[in-house]
Ligand binder design. Structure first.
Ligand SMILES: *Cc1c(COP(=O)(O)O)cnc(C)c1O
Ligand SMILES: [Zn+2]
Length: 474
């Protein structure tokens, strides 16, 4: 019935003590037996016999030259099909996702303290160049493909903005399923909200924050059978693995020293870990880069648990009592996530345990950065390149911190994932550069007082000589 690759692709509980498997055609966001997260896994031997295994990394590059002949080859996600083979590639639903750039930035490298003379290099992976303006499209193309094959007519998500923008875009462009998006009150950047509205998605705004919206959408999808595309959806993470493939491709298949990524729901960091574990198992790489996940200081659950309390993957036997106690205390203190980096304003990251696995496989570290550090880094990314939204700049601020701490070497090769486009959150950019009191007030409340890289407009009378003089001074 389905064109899913039954047989060698299946879903499996991530807990090694459980290991329940589900058919690839089943919809589940948690293990039915123990409640753990699910993975999409492949029997590689069988895959080798049925559709083939990648022999070497450069084969992925060759596929790009076939983009005229095949829809899959045109997508930066599906041209890595042999790494995400849960459907046949003819079935993929794509809008040209994943055609993104890696850019070596000398300017941002200097800002974070790289030593260019010793070949230290900072690379920026611009996932904001995806069709809906964030990395979420990498995952949405995979989830939407799964939804289509199951015959779903509606797909839903709770979102801090970019997942809903992505879902809404896939719904409007492909017509495969209708989009229903859940948002909290007041905490969504207008660039993102405007996308969902414009793409015609049904938008349900509830009185609560992201964590509340997330809890509701899971209930709703369980009750009504609406297909859920939040990052508890294991298929989404499959698509996001290919970001790492494209990073390697841009580095001429040389493994970098570090991958640095902002952490919100921790789907991206989890998928990067899975990508490298699989590439190593397939014998396509001999070394795994280190991972740094960067939290905002106002939404630092992972940082507290991993760095503060020593929570670890422990071979899959994660200390859940520690996590439960942490959340109980968070509730008792009435603590809510609070940062201007709205895409990572999340205190209950749904992929926490998978992220622990990624940190384990990639010898990872976790840091937190303030909103002030985030906005300064964002201004440097803008002034030295294509720009990004606040959450994305947490990665750059994190590298700066880790170089100061001597954890990252000044001579290393470091890749920051810029997760979202600059135009997603123009308020943050304009507030920083102009310090206009009516918009800057919100940022001051979040501890942003300095704007050392501010580039405000110059006020000049409407007079030619005055204008010329102002340009000379600039
Ligand atoms: C979703 C998002 C994040 C957080 O990614 P997770 O996978 O949830 O950790 C970071 N930055 C941007 C721009 C996002 O849209
Ligand atoms: Zn289980």
């Amino acid at each position: 019935m389905y064109h899913l690759t039954h047989g060698f692709a299946f879903q499996r509980c991530i807990s090694p003590d459980c290991g329940v498997t589900l058919d690839i055609g089943e919809v589940a966001t948690a293990c039915p037996k123990c409640g753990s997260l699910l993975d999409v896994v492949y029997n590689r031997e069988q895959q080798g016999r049925q559709t083939g295994l990648p022999a070497k990394l450069s084969d992925f590059e060759t596929r790009w030259s076939q983009r005229g002949a095949s829809r899959a080859a045109f997508s930066g996600v599906w041209r890595c099909h042999s790494l995400v083979p849960f459907v046949t590639e003819q079935e993929c639903v794509t809008v040209g996702d994943g055609q993104t750039l890696l850019h070596a930035s000398a300017g941002v490298g200097e800002y974070v303290g790289m030593d260019a003379k010793r070949r230290g290099t900072l690379y920026l992976q611009y996932e904001g160049m995806n069709p809906s303006g964030s990395f979420k499209d990498n995952g949405m193309t995979a989830a939407f493909t799964h939804a289509k094959l199951l015959g779903a007519t509606r797909a839903a998500c709770a979102s801090t903005g970019n997942t809903s923008a992505s879902l809404a875009m896939y719904a409007s462009v492909t017509g495969v399923a209708k989009a229903v998006i859940f948002i909290g009150s007041g905490r969504i950047a207008y660039g993102k909200l405007s996308q969902g509205l414009d793409y015609g998605a049904q938008t349900i705004q509830i009185d609560g924050d992201f964590d509340d919206a997330m809890a509701r959408v899971q209930e709703v999808s369980k009750k009504s059978g609406i297909y859920l595309v939040n990052s508890v959806n294991p298929f989404r993470l499959e698509g996001q693995k290919t970001i790492m493939l494209r990073v390697l491709e841009a580095l001429r298949w040389k493994v970098p020293d570090w991958i640095v990524v902002p952490g919100g729901n921790l789907g991206n960091s989890s998928s990067f870990g899975k990508a490298f574990i699989e590439l190593k198992e397939l014998g396509l790489i001999d070394r795994i880069p280190r991972l740094a996940v960067i939290n905002a200081a106002g939404a630092d659950t992972l940082y507290r648990l991993y760095e503060g309390q020593g929570l670890r993957w422990s071979g899959g036997r994660v200390d859940h009592a520690k996590i439960d106690a942490f959340y109980a205390q968070m509730n008792a203190e009435g603590r809510h996530a609070d940062t201007i980096a709205s895409a990572i304003e999340i205190n209950r990251p749904v992929n926490l345990v998978k992220c622990l696995r990624a940190l384990d496989a990639m010898n990872g570290v976790v840091r937190k950065v303030t909103d002030q550090e985030i906005l300064n880094a964002k201004a440097r990314v803008g002034a030295c390149g294509f720009g990004c939204e606040p959450a994305s700049a947490a990665s750059v601020a994190g590298v700066k911190k880790l170089i100061e701490e001597d954890v990252i070497g000044k001579d290393e090769r470091v890749v920051c994932i810029l997760t979202g486009h600059q135009l997603k959150d123009p308020d943050a950019t304009v507030a920083y550069h102009t310090r206009k009191p009516e918009i800057f007030a919100k940022y001051e409340k979040h501890g942003v007082h300095e704007t050392p890289f501010g580039n405000p407009p110059v006020q000049v009378p409407n007079d030619l000589d005055a204008i010329l003089a102002a340009i000379q001074r600039g």
